[in-house]
Design a protein around this ligand. Structure first.
Ligand SMILES: Nc1ncnc2c1ncn2[C@@H]1O[C@H](COP(=O)(O)OP(=O)(O)O)[C@@H](O)[C@H]1O
Ligand SMILES: [Mg+2]
Length: 198
């Protein structure tokens, strides 16, 4: 695809996607997932939604790629399909990691993760570093909530600046714990000869 992937544009410093383009990409990707979930005879779970699988054409229109992991969704009275957990760690929904139960709602989780990446311009999950990603995601969500609370229409409902300071300190501490956790995990896995990400 002429414009590579969404990942290429989100996490490098040379290309900044305008806000309108970002929203257009997420709308297109959401329409793609909605079609897979609701527009076909059988429900299709995409399963590997992430910014590197959202490819961009010459007009920055998104195309979902890598259907290798896609699965037919539950049929009849079944609520989920049981699978071995695959996909990209960190983008996967917690209930899917815990139980292997895959539903179309698992795709919705990963879409949410990428939405955060779009707003923040940062990775909210680290590749192959499961210990840190939830912390980073939590921190991103907390900062999002903080912004929401500052923007309350009713001035009285807004936090005081000292409350804002506290919330930010907490978010920084949480994401720091995430980074330290990831470093520890990387060291442990290199000692034990496990695969190490870079
Ligand atoms: N058809 C394509 N056109 C442009 N870039 C692509 C295409 N397919 C893959 N890429 C780029 O190659 C990178 C690696 O893709 P891939 O092998 O699918 O691994 P992953 O999606 O897990 O990062 C992606 O980040 C994307 O930027
Ligand atoms: Mg890919």
């Amino acid at each position: 695809m002429p414009n590579g992937s969404l990942e290429d544009h989100l996490f490098n410093n040379t290309s900044t996607l305008p806000w309108k383009t970002r929203l257009g990409i997420m709308l297109g990707a959401a329409q793609g997932l909605a079609y897979l979930h609701e527009g076909l005879e059988v429900k299709v779970i995409y399963r590997d939604f992430k910014s590197s699988n959202v490819l961009l054409d010459e007009g920055f229109r998104p195309k979902l790629s890598d259907f290798g992991l896609a699965r037919e969704g539950p049929t009849g009275d079944h609520t989920h399909v049981s699978t071995t957990v695959v996909g990209t760690y960190g983008y996967a929904a917690p209930e899917y990691i815990d139980t292997g139960h895959l539903t179309i709602q698992s795709d919705v989780w990963t879409f949410g993760v990428v939405l955060y990446e779009i707003i923040t311009g940062r990775r909210t999950v680290e590749r192959n570093r499961p210990t840190s990603e939830q912390k980073l995601l939590d921190a991103a969500q907390n900062v999002g909530k903080l912004a929401q609370s500052c923007l309350k229409k009713n001035a009285k409902e807004r936090p005081t600046m000292s409350q804002v300071v506290e919330s930010l300190k907490q978010a920084i501490q949480e994401s720091q714990e995430g980074i330290n956790g990831a470093k520890k995990a990387a060291v442990t896995s290199s000692r034990t000869g496990g695969r190490r990400s870079n």
